[in-house]
Design a protein around this ligand. Structure first.
Ligand code: GLA
Length: 719
């Protein structure tokens, strides 16, 4: 036994991490993945045969691999001293030792120090058995007498086994966010950097790795950074066949310099593992976001109000009587919250001007917003308002009064995006001004909800004039969080939506301050199936803004039926984004029917366990109530296929011993297909009952479905 080394294990219910302690030397990574026990193991340190031509004591992956000490892969810390008597660039190579260890049931805190380098470092790991999410962060402490410049500090650095060769990365663009791209890892590193100052439409700070990455089976690892600014994440092969995964904040040159005594805490990284494929992994993250990230007004989430957003209905054409009529029409079909989008404030008649001037436009709202707010509240609806506080148009009163309030680089031309500049939130007078404006609006009117938009990437984002200023991405993100925090403290009952031209800022950092994400400016149900699938890999459906848009989709030009548009939007936080006044009576009734269906099932969807899958031209979603008493299932046919018959619809996850009544919520009509079956007849008449075992094992035979259609079935356990 004396040959064996102890391991420190943090174990969840199906996920665990294990480190091999080495006295003062940094612990080695032994495992991150499926649950393991804390039995002693053959050590890597010392017991690993040294191959020819290797450095003496060739290091295996430890908790903080550093530069210049025999570690040749990417280090977890990169930095060096500046302004040192010996010149810049010293202490670029660090060697940390363990100074103190705190071990609790689900927590491990390693206090490290590099005495020679004048640095302290805290590594924090907490694994929650209720979610199987491992939260990690690092904090660097400059104990030297000169500045220390940080170029990289990983929020997480973990090993992946050799068989984890498949990766799902995210990509996208405006109106096509959260696209999943499957790739095979090779001999070179897989890497993704974001330098846009926000996550951007190119993808959230997330990655999934696995062997086959099947929907419900097989090992899957996930990583996500709770940070709304720049990020890097990479997976790099190691010399022992494993790979290391690191993620953290991408730092611009010189962006982060720690003065003596200063500290830098990385954002939190959220890692997880599931033996149950992509859906098991998503389940872990959904539980985590629900339990540890979201902060609801009133402390808990109530039924998510169905909203109407005015954007695609009226754009900038705000006219009081028309808006009142729109709100009334919306209330008639069952809408519960009216959100006044862009176009309401001083001088805002297009996207070319006025950001910054946050008071009601005098021509459109001669008596202010009150008459509209009162009308909306009088209908029993909540009132929501669109704002884009971080921005300013050069053509605005605010910019004319304070041209120096925008982020800029001295002597360099400003780069516009959607005709706007980014305000310098690092200046207290700017955030105070924004707080006063927003606070004023919230005090003046009973506003329940803010749609907080952010419509451009940061570019010439610098603060300070010297040498054209220092990069301000990080400070912008921190100042944004502080502003949101201040506002929420002053108005704890107000819900906030995170929008960045759609889903450009969807991460667990912003979600500490917000309760909804505007997933995409694309309301095209066909495109939305893929967009929402990617979103739901990490984030739960109750915060996924999903709207029923106009029949002729504004961003793609496709024309889609109401049932398909509604059937796809039903699985998120439902909204309507069309001019309800323009609908005929039949369409209004149909829309009201879909809203009623959503209300009947939102409790299941918004608290439930989500399962998604796709095969050929079909996709499906299943939301199962946590107690197994109900499930909502949707099948979407995106495109035609050569197969003559539909596969059976299997519904796992229900109680095998209980009996469920199937309720057909929508059956798409198929031209030329008139035949029925006894099963279909019973489904249509609401008399079909099946056990949870039957539903899981054999499922339901499905009728043919035309392209761009949705089929929805609800299942409820009989008492
Ligand atoms: C962004 C948002 C849209 C809408 C417009 C208004 O594009 O994503 O939903 O609010 O701004 O200008």
């Amino acid at each position: 036994m004396t040959d064996l080394a102890d391991v420190w294990v943090l174990a969840g219910s199906a996920c665990a991490m294990a480190l091999e302690p080495r006295g003062e030397g940094l612990p080695l990574w032994r495992h991150f993945g499926a649950r393991v026990s804390a039995d002693p193991v053959w050590p890597l340190a010392g017991a690993r045969p040294l191959p020819p031509n290797a450095l003496e004591g060739d290091p295996a992956l430890d908790v903080l691999p550093c530069e210049g000490q025999g570690w040749f892969a990417h280090p977890a810390l990169r930095g060096s001293r500046v302004g040192d008597a010996n010149g810049d660039g010293t202490d670029w190579s660090q060697r940390f030792e363990v100074a103190q260890v705190r071990r609790e049931a689900n927590l491990l805190a390693l206090h490290l120090e590099d005495r020679l380098g004048g640095l302290g470092l805290l590594l924090h790991y907490a694994l929650d058995p209720a979610t199987d999410v491992l939260t990690t962060w690092a904090e660097l402490d400059n104990r030297g007498s000169t500045d220390f410049r940080v170029d990289w500090l990983a929020a997480a650095c973990v090993p992946l086994p050799p068989e984890a060769e498949q990766v799902i990365g995210f990509t996208g663009r405006w109106t096509l966010e959260f696209q999943q791209s499957r790739e095979r890892l090779g001999v070179a590193a897989w890497r993704r950097d974001c330098r846009r100052g926000r996550n951007g439409h190119e993808g959230p700070p997330s990655v999934i790795v696995g062997t086959d990455l099947a929907d419900d089976l097989g090992p899957a690892w996930g990583a996500h950074l709770g940070w709304s600014g720049n990020h890097s994440l990479f997976i790099e092969p190691l010399t022992d066949g494993r790979r290391q995964l690191q993620l953290g904040e991408w730092l611009a040159p010189g962006e982060l310099v720690l003065a003596p005594g200063e500290r830098y805490r990385t954002p939190e990284a959220f890692l997880s593992f599931s033996p149950q494929g992509l859906n098991g992994l998503a389940g872990n993250y959904h539980r985590h976001v629900r339990k540890a990230v979201l902060k609801w007004p009133g402390g808990r989430m109530g039924p998510r109000p169905v909203l109407l957003n005015t954007w695609e209905g009226v754009y900038f054409e705000h006219e009081m009587e028309g808006l009142k009529a729109l709100a009334s029409a919306a209330a008639d079909v069952g809408v519960e919250r009216f959100v006044l989008d862009d176009g309401w404030f001083h001088g805002r008649h297009s996207d070319r001007s006025s950001l910054g001037d946050w008071w009601a436009d005098e021509s459109k709202y001669p008596r202010g917003l009150s008459p509209l707010v009162e009308h909306v509240r009088g209908l029993g609806l909540q009132f929501g308002l669109w704002v884009e506080p971080e921005m300013v148009n050069p053509d605005s009163e605010l910019y004319r009064a304070h041209p120096d309030w925008a982020l800029a680089m001295a002597g360099r031309p400003a780069i516009l995006g959607r005709n706007q500049l980014v305000l310098d939130l690092t200046r207290a007078e700017v955030t105070d001004h924004l707080f006063d404006r927003l606070d004023g609006l919230l005090r003046e009117h009973p506003i329940d909800y803010l749609k907080w938009d952010m419509n451009r990437d940061l570019a010439t984002a610098a603060v300070g004039a010297g040498h054209r200023g220092r990069a301000a991405y990080r400070r912008h993100t921190l100042a944004l969080y502080a502003l949101l925090g201040r506002l929420r403290e002053a108005h704890p009952g107000v819900e906030i939506e995170s929008c960045a031209s759609g889903g450009g800022r969807a991460d667990m950092g912003i979600l500490r301050h917000t309760q909804r994400v505007w997933t995409s400016d694309c309301n095209d149900a066909l495109a939305r199936i893929g967009i929402q699938s990617g979103f739901l890999r990490f984030l739960p459906p109750e915060i996924m803004g999903a709207h029923i848009g106009p029949a002729r989709v504004h961003t793609t030009g496709r024309t889609l039926g109401l049932a398909f548009r509604a059937g796809v939007a039903l699985f998120g936080h439902l909204g309507v984004e069309l001019d309800v006044r323009e609908l005929g009576p039949d369409e209004r009734d149909e829309l009201a029917g879909w809203i009623a269906r959503h209300k009947a099932w939102r409790d299941t969807v918004h608290h439930g366990v989500l399962r998604q899958g796709a095969h050929g031209g079909l996709s499906w979603l299943q939301s199962t109530a946590e107690d197994g008493a109900a499930a909502l299932v949707a099948v979407y046919r995106r495109v035609e296929e050569a197969a003559r018959y539909m596969p059976a619809l299997q519904v796992p996850g229900l109680d095998p011993a209980r009996t469920y009544r199937a309720e057909l919520l929508h059956l798409p009509g198929v031209p030329h297909s008139a035949t029925s079956t006894p099963l279909l007849d019973r489904l249509v008449s609401g008399t079909l009952t099946l056990s949870g075992a039957q539903l899981a094992q054999f499922g339901l035979p499905l009728p043919p479905m035309p392209p761009e259609s949705a089929l929805l079935i609800g299942l409820r356990a009989l008492a």
